[in-house]
Design a protein around this ligand. Structure first.
Ligand SMILES: *Cc1c(COP(=O)(O)O)cnc(C)c1O
Length: 385
């Protein structure tokens, strides 16, 4: 295999520590489902899933049947997969055949699931997702009684594996009234199940923010995305944790991700010369410039032109000029002795310096999740200790 122009490393020890931290918050009993949609928030499903399994995770949530297939191709046979989003009708049989559970958010999906189950000769694992106030997917209250009746009637083929909902904005305490309302509506659905003496195996509503800051939202399973990757879901959730633990700061959640490349070329530039395209950067003195072999087509935001920094020999090297499609340049005048082929850290730590995802997202207005999840799947991901 020839080398790619950059690489991503996942730090297993940091991940393990995140899992332990989340586990402490939610208690021993609930299933900790790892949300690996969007290529594991950019971390790379292929490398991330086996690493998570080594850290004791055996349940994965994805956004589509396509992603479920990616997980299936790398996970242990005993690991569970749950599709929270799109699954096309023609893929229902495939899901059932592979014991993949899925959200059902309107009644008409149930007869189709039944049909698929009978055809495959296996039970379909159904998670009824109910509408509680987020108004994206979610079964409305009107269809619910008929849906549980249908599940009950067809118990031989349909498993009522889950009853779930998703909070629209548990990250921000200014939304608390809405989250409370959603939780209350969820309990109303649960009450109906109790009344019919037909309970789901797994009740689940908590995402990272809810699981970390709202203990009463932790039922039988939690769906944890952002926090397992070492990011606090929001300042609100971080400060609520500090308040709860009476601390001034906390490093329990650790970034597991680093992004690296190598110096491709080094050149001297005279005072007055322009660097790269256009006139975006003009050398104010004689400068030493390192050329790096990636650009915006590789996920490095163009908005960091003339603004971002990378690490070389543990020192910050500022970007000079525009981020090109496959190249950009950094100033290394203040870092003596740099050689072609030397390691460059784009995100992560080198010696005593660090570049955080947030230093990107502050400039680009992207969400951390957005920045990471957009990193091209083609960048190789490897697991390090
Ligand atoms: C993405 C997602 C999650 C995980 O959210 P985080 O805030 O990253 O923990 C949980 N549930 C559903 C339905 C989601 O789409």
């Amino acid at each position: 295999m020839v080398k790619h122009s950059s690489r991503i490393e996942l730090k297993q020890s940091a991940y393990k520590s995140n899992v332990n931290f989340i586990r402490k918050k939610i208690g021993e009993k609930p299933i900790l489902s790892s949300v690996v949609k969007a290529n594991a928030y950019g971390h790379g499903i292929e490398s991330f899933v086996p690493m998570a399994e080594k850290c004791g995770i055996n349940h994965f949530c994805v956004a589509s049947s396509f992603e479920a297939e990616q997980v299936l191709s790398v996970c242990k046979p005993e690991s569970q997969i749950l599709i929270m989003g799109i699954i096309y009708e023609e893929d229902l049989e495939w899901a059932v055949a592979h014991d993949i559970a899925f959200f059902v958010y309107y009644f008409d999906r149930l007869p189709k699931a039944l049909e698929a189950a009978k055809k495959v000769g296996k039970k379909a694992k159904i998670h009824l997702e109910v509408e509680t106030g987020a108004n994206r997917t979610g079964m409305n209250a009107k269809e619910f009684p008929k849906s549980i009746a249908y599940l009950k009637k067809n118990e031989d083929w349909l498993v009522f594996e889950g009853l779930c909902t998703h909070f629209g904005g548990a990250e921000s305490f200014s939304n608390q009234f809405k989250i409370d309302r959603q939780h209350k509506k969820y309990k109303e659905f649960l009450r109906q199940c109790k009344e019919k003496k037909f309970m789901p195996q797994l009740r689940h509503i908590a995402c990272s923010a809810a699981a970390l800051a709202m203990k009463d939202t932790v039922y039988d399973l939690v769906r944890i995305g952002v926090a397992q990757y070492g990011f606090w879901p929001s300042p609100d959730i971080y400060f609520s944790h500090l308040h709860e633990t009476n601390k001034k700061s906390d490093t329990s959640l650790k970034r597991i991700f680093s992004w690296k490349t190598d110096v491709m070329d080094i050149r001297e530039v005279d005072k007055g010369e322009f660097i790269g395209y256009g006139t975006a950067f003009q050398a104010t003195q004689k400068m030493t410039i390192a050329v790096l072999p990636l650009g915006y087509s590789n996920g490095y935001p163009r908005a960091l032109s003339n603004r971002g920094q990378v690490l070389i020999r543990g020192k910050k090297a500022p970007i000079v000029g525009l981020i090109n499609m496959n190249l950009f340049m950094v100033d290394i005048s203040h870092i003596p002795g740099v050689q072609v082929g030397e390691e460059v850290v784009l995100i992560g730590r080198q010696n005593n310096n660090v570049i955080n995802v947030s230093s990107f997202t502050n400039v680009t207005q992207l969400l951390n999740n957005e920045m990471l999840s957009r990193l091209p799947a083609a960048i190789p991901r490897t697991v390090v200790r």
